[in-house]
Design a protein around this ligand. Structure first.
Ligand SMILES: NC(=O)c1ccc[n+]([C@@H]2O[C@H](COP(=O)([O-])OP(=O)(O)OC[C@H]3O[C@@H](n4cnc5c(N)ncnc54)[C@H](OP(=O)(O)O)[C@@H]3O)[C@@H](O)[C@H]2O)c1
Length: 314
């Protein structure tokens, strides 16, 4: 069982697993400055990983890379432009990854949007479902050959406690083309899908790779840029109207990323592949049943294959 807790940070967990991090190739998606992804990449570089910085904006990737290089002179970084809201762009990025030499040992699918106004992607999908789940489903599936080249590959999927807000709406994942859109149900749907993706990946790749979904912990980041005054009123138990957190639930970015490092490197949890982690601990029992049901996970895999127009058999 994990020895880490809410006081742990990505850096303190990383230090314990420094020997496991050194020399590994790790892809982190969503590495814009000020978020979990950038700090995760920084800590990975600090402990000697080869880090692939994946994001939709090359200038933000470069800003994060520059900041890391200032702290870690020998940082081994690669840039990868990846827009998860476009399947064509995801395929292009995956093609690039497939040309890398050597395995991908870990992928941390951290990128995400939250509570955005209704928007349809170029592929005709609701934006939060498309970016948070479908894009990552396609990306991980396409780079699977590179992950399977690793002797002990791991996939870390960023979910959220927000998965409680909604199940996957199999009969209407697009909210009637936006007519009945509720941005919080949509965020919940997308983050439920992330956990289910982990459940089914674990099932299909049993013995071949290890996967965890993670609630990284609440921290004020750019994720909150879509929040309105009405949203803060709705969540008034947790926020003041100016968006500052109420109570003591809020974590630093470092505390938020600690659970990613447990999921990616802690050998003591290997046998629990497919599980959900929160506050550095296995917390599958605490996740919503709609996010952990095996039949639902299989159904989502099939829906996801349909949405990307490709089957991914093991
Ligand atoms: N912060 C929290 O309290 C909290 C709690 C639970 C879960 N999480 C999860 O943690 C993850 C990281 O969030 P964060 O708080 O660090 O927020 P953040 O700073 O806004 O980071 C999100 C990252 O995702 C990227 N992204 C968004 N849409 C993308 C797309 N279509 N293609 C590629 N990249 C895209 C963003 O890029 P741009 O800068 O270009 O937009 C940014 O780099 C998210 O999955 C979030 O749901 C966060």
């Amino acid at each position: 069982m994990s020895a880490f807790d809410i006081n742990s940070t990505g850096e303190s967990v990383g230090k314990v697993f420094a020997d496991k991090i050194k020399g590994k190739t790790v892809i982190v998606t969503g590495v814009s400055p000020g978020g979990f992804g950038a700090d995760t990449a920084r800590v990975l570089a600090l402990y000697g990983a080869k880090v692939v910085l994946a994001g939709r904006s090359l200038s933000k990737i470069k800003a994060t890379a520059d900041a890391i290089k200032k702290e870690v002179l020998a940082a081994d970084l690669k840039e990868l432009v990846l827009d998860l809201s476009s399947q064509k762009a995801v395929r292009k990025a995956a093609e690039e990854v497939l040309k890398y030499s050597g395995p991908i040992d870990v992928v941390i699918t951290n990128a995400g949007v939250m509570g955005t106004p209704y928007e349809k992607t170029v592929d005709g999908l609701e934006l939060q479902f498309a970016s948070n789940h479908v894009g990552h489903f396609l990306f991980v599936s396409l780079i699977m050959p590179k992950l399977l080249e690793s002797s002990a590959p791991r996939v870390v999927l960023s979910s959220s406690v927000g998965h409680f807000w909604g199940p996957v709406r199999f009969d209407d994942y697009g909210f009637e083309d936006g007519k009945s859109y509720d941005k919080w149900l949509a965020y919940g749907q997308s983050k439920t899908a992330v956990i289910l993706h982990g459940v089914e990946l674990a099932e299909r790749y049993k013995g071949k790779l290890v996967v965890f979904s993670v609630h990284p912990g609440g921290a004020i980041t750019n994720l909150f840029s879509s929040m309105t005054k009405e949203d803060y009123e709705k969540f008034s138990d947790f926020y003041n109207l100016d968006g500052t957190p109420k109570g003591d639930w809020a974590r630093s970015i470092g505390q938020g990323t600690a659970t990613y490092f447990v999921a990616a490197f802690d050998p003591s949890i290997t046998d629990h592949s497919g599980g959900y982690l929160s506050d550095c601990k296995l917390a599958t029992e605490q996740a919503a049943p709609h996010a952990t049901d095996k039949e639902t996970a299989k159904k989502l895999w099939e829906l996801s294959e349909k949405l990307v127009g490709q089957k991914f058999d093991v």
